[in-house]
Design a protein around this ligand. Structure first.
Ligand SMILES: C[S@@+](CC[C@H](N)C(=O)[O-])C[C@H]1O[C@@H](n2cnc3c(N)ncnc32)[C@H](O)[C@@H]1O
Length: 204
C-alpha cells in the first residue's frame, strides 16, 4: 500500500508563491542564488514537461525574453514568450527546431532531464548520465560565449567524469543542492557559467 507522504514546507511555500511545483521552487532558488538570468534573456529548457520550470523561466525573462522547451511529453504553457516542443532531445530535427525558434544564441540552458526510473540505482544513474552528456553536447551548439547552464545530475559512478566535462566547457562550475531538494535525495545541480566555445569544433 502506498505510504502517505505529508506535504513539507517547500510544497506550501511553492503554493504560496504561485509556483506550480516543488521542482519549480528549486529552479527559482538556483536562479536567485546564482543570478543566472536577466529580463530579455533567451533560454532553452531540456526535459521541460509538465512545465514547472517553464513557468519560472517565463517570469524571469519577462515579455521581451524567450523560452523554448523540449520534452518527450507535452507541456502546459501559459505564457506567450514560451514555446514547448514535443520530441526526443536525441533527434537532430527537434534540436534544429529549438535553435530556429530561439532565433539567436541562448544565454542559459537548463536541464531537468530524467529517464523513466527503474529503481535499479546503477542503471538509473547510467541512463541519467547519458542524458546529461546529450544535454551538454546540445548546449555546446546553442549557447553564446559566456553563457550559462544549470543541470540536474545524480551522484554515482559517472558523476566525476561528467563534472570534468562541464569544467572543460565552462570557466566556473559549482555543485549545489537547492534547499528544496528532498533530504537524502541523490540529486545534485551543476551550475556552470562562462561558456567557452570549442575553438576547433569537429566537422559534421
Ligand atoms: C523531472 S521531469 C522534468 C520536470 C520539469 N522540469 C518541470 O518542472 O515540470 C524530467 C523530464 O525529462 C524528460 N526526458 C527524458 N528523456 C528525454 C529525452 N531523451 N528527450 C526529451 N525529454 C526527455 C521526461 O519526459 C520528463 O518529462
Amino acid at each position: 500500500m502506498a505510504r502517505y507522504q505529508p506535504h513539507d514546507a517547500y510544497y506550501w511555500r511553492a503554493r504560496e508563491r504561485g509556483l506550480p511545483s516543488r521542482a519549480a521552487f528549486k529552479l527559482d532558488e538556483l536562479l536567485a542564488r546564482h543570478r543566472l538570468i536577466r529580463s530579455g534573456a533567451r533560454v532553452i529548457d531540456l526535459g521541460c514537461a509538465p512545465g514547472g520550470w517553464l513557468a519560472v523561466l517565463a517570469e524571469a525573462v519577462g515579455a521581451r525574453g524567450r523560452v523554448i522547451g523540449i520534452d518527450l511529453a507535452p507541456s502546459r504553457v501559459a505564457s506567450p514568450n514560451v514555446i514547448a516542443l514535443t520530441g526526443d532531445l536525441n533527434d537532430p530535427a527537434i534540436r534544429a527546431e529549438a535553435l530556429a525558434r530561439l532565433a539567436g544564441q541562448a544565454d542559459l540552458i537548463t536541464s531537468d532531464l530524467s529517464p523513466k526510473l527503474t529503481g535499479i540505482a546503477d542503471r538509473d544513474q547510467a541512463r541519467s548520465a547519458e542524458l546529461l552528456y546529450v544535454a551538454l553536447e546540445f548546449a555546446r551548439t546553442a549557447l553564446r560565449p559566456g553563457g550559462a547552464m544549470v543541470a540536474k545530475a545524480f551522484m554515482g559512478a559517472a558523476f566525476d567524469e561528467i563534472a570534468a566535462e562541464f569544467r572543460r566547457a565552462f570557466a566556473r562550475v559549482e555543485l549545489t543542492r537547492p534547499r528544496a531538494s528532498r533530504p537524502g535525495s541523490a540529486e545534485i545541480y551543476l551550475v556552470a557559467t562562462g561558456f567557452k566555445p570549442d575553438p576547433h569544433p569537429a566537422q559534421a
